[in-house]
Design a protein around this ligand. Structure first.
Ligand SMILES: [Cu+2]
Length: 117
């Protein structure tokens, strides 16, 4: 009887270790902050929505006052470069990736922010 109890707790400990490990794996996201040029709340939703289709991005938040973009992503699935390219593809500039003139000109007129030189 004592032995059964003993094995029971061994299993419980093993189970706890395993689930702990699973939680640890979910926390391996890389967090980065960088500047994205833009104007308003509409830009915010366009920028943030563009990343929803990108595999490996956990979250992306852009602040229209500071122009700061904060992303959390899985570095084994995507990269900062890929994220910036995706943002440029919907019309928004970062230091490294500029939107094409064509994409920029298709933005709503109030979203046509002052572009970096
Ligand atoms: Cu806008």
């Amino acid at each position: 009887m004592k032995q059964i109890k003993y094995f029971g707790s061994v299993w419980l400990i093993l189970l706890l270790l395993l689930s702990n490990n699973t939680f640890a794996q979910q926390e391996t996201f890389t967090k980065e902050t960088f500047k994205v040029w833009g104007n308003c709340g509409m830009c915010k939703s366009t920028i943030e929505k563009s990343l929803q289709s990108l595999d490996g991005v956990k979250s992306g938040k852009w602040n229209e006052a500071s122009l700061k973009m904060t992303v959390k992503y899985d570095a084994s699935k995507t990269s900062l470069d890929e994220i910036k390219k995706t943002i440029a593809a919907v019309g928004y500039d970062t230091k490294e990736h500029r939107a094409t003139e064509e994409t920029y000109s298709k933005l709503h007129h109030c979203c046509q922010y002052k572009r970096p030189k």
